[in-house]
Write a new protein. Structure first.
Length: 430
């Protein structure tokens, strides 16, 4: 089976990840029409933004039927965790329309930290030792903290918008934080809290496209999560990213493939998990040995803004291979060029920030790709509409070359409160 010769695509989401996917989809000669729900000011230049929320499955169904949609790409995690794949499969009117994303059971790998850790242990995938706690065994949680060496890693079990992980150096502070999390700091996401052994090393992310049985490994990336330079300050959704990652050499990636990727995909088969989409594997490189920190069940953000631009082959061909179980035959072509992205955020982010500030300089001459994240159109202006506003991606032969190009572009972009980290990639430059 195949997709039609010309494909109508519905892409769900509104961030930088979705703009990067839309940018790539729009390049395909197989594309008929691209709709983005709800999209942002940047995606409106590549397709048609539609006022439909990714969480409103009924409205999505109606849109798919009215617009002869042949393929649905799910950007964010919430619709996947809430079962959009199963919703389509169970509805006779739309079950023929392919969804790029896992089933509800597969999406629990991101929706529940406890489920993910159990999966890793069951399939002998290297990860940190852990235990889970609720309000019913809070005292046992305190005792487990006393058994561990600092620092202490506490993770809200459910989705917490990328902010549900806390790392603390002091045992008493960790106990206080555990009580806060279980008592609603992250809402219901913290009803169960996973406490795990701290892994030392350097992080990177590996992305896998799979039809549930076979797979292709996409370019790896390293992102920068904290607001301040030198990885200081509060955790954010991501302040920048680099791909490829110098320390993820051939030897390391072969360990990742054999110890982590292969067992993960085999685990889907053994556990009867339907999975047609992307697996984001957050890794720790501990003295050359890879350990899984977490799974996400979609592409990362801002990593997508460096991973997708490095793919030279047609992305609709990739989606077709995922859909119809032919990914083992798909030819994935990746550029050797380095890609870097620097995220420009609103002043005050990740805490309280303002929206509606006019952005200028977006039409300045540049060699970069400016991906919109939190933007909107207001009359003739483009204005800020989120904490992470723009992701400026550039290519180069080296990290330094690419990052310099991004900084050069950012100089011409103006809006009140603009902030970005000036050390993205600096730790990878020798």
């Amino acid at each position: 089976m195949k997709l039609p010769e010309k494909v109508n695509v519905l892409l769900l989401g509104s961030g930088g990840r979705e703009h990067a996917l839309a940018w790539k989809i729009a390049q395909s000669p197989k594309l008929q029409k691209l709709f983005i729900a709800p999209g942002n000011a940047g995606t409106s230049c590549l397709g048609i933004n539609v006022d439909v929320q990714p969480s409103n499955f009924g409205s999505i169904k109606q849109f798919v039927l009215l617009n002869n949609i042949n393929l649905v790409i799910v950007g964010p995690e919430d619709p996947l965790v809430n079962g959009i794949y199963d919703y389509f499969q169970d509805d006779n009117d739309i079950h023929h329309v392919p969804i790029i994303g896992p089933s509800r059971l597969g999406a629990k790998l991101e929706g529940s930290k406890e489920f993910a850790k159990d999966f890793m242990i069951r399939h002998k995938i290297p990860t940190a030792a852990y235990k889970s706690f609720t309000k019913h065994n809070l005292e046992e949680g305190y005792a487990f903290i006393d058994e561990l060496n600092a620092p202490y890693v506490l993770k809200a079990d459910g989705l917490a918008a990328g902010k549900g992980v806390v790392i603390l150096e002091d045992a008493e502070e960790a106990k206080t934080e555990l009580a806060c999390m279980i008592n609603g700091k992250f809402g219901t996401a913290g009803n169960t809290v996973v406490i795990e052994q701290f892994l030392k090393g350097i992080e990177c992310s590996v992305f896998v496209a799979t039809d549930g049985v076979n797979y292709k490994i996409l370019p790896e990336a390293k992102d920068y999560k904290r607001i301040g330079e030198g990885d200081a300050g509060l955790n954010t959704g991501g302040m920048g990213a680099v791909s490829p990652v110098p320390f993820a050499d051939e030897e390391f990636m072969e360990k990742v493939r054999t110890r982590i990727v292969e067992p993960t995909i085999k685990g889907f088969v053994e556990d009867k998990i339907t999975y047609k989409g992307f697996v984001f594997i957050g890794l720790m490189n501990d003295a050359g040995e890879p350990y899984v920190i977490e799974y996400n069940v979609r592409m990362g953000d801002p990593e997508t803004e460096v991973v997708i631009p490095r793919i030279e082959s047609d992305i609709i061909d990739l989606f077709e291979a995922i859909t119809f179980d032919t990914i083992d035959k798909h030819e994935l072509i990746i550029t050797d060029k380095v890609a870097t992205t620097v995220v420009c955020v609103a002043g005050g982010y990740p805490e309280e920030y303002k929206k509606g500030d006019v952005i200028t300089g977006l039409d300045s001459e540049t060699n970069s790709i400016i991906f919109h994240a939190g933007t909107a159109k207001k009359g003739a202006d483009i204005v800020t509409n989120g904490g992470r506003v723009l992701a400026v991606t550039s290519f180069g032969d080296t990290i330094q070359e690419a990052i310099d190009e991004s900084f050069k572009t950012i100089e011409n972009i103006k809006y009140e409160g603009k902030y970005f980290r000036k050390d993205i990639g600096a730790d990878l430059i020798k």
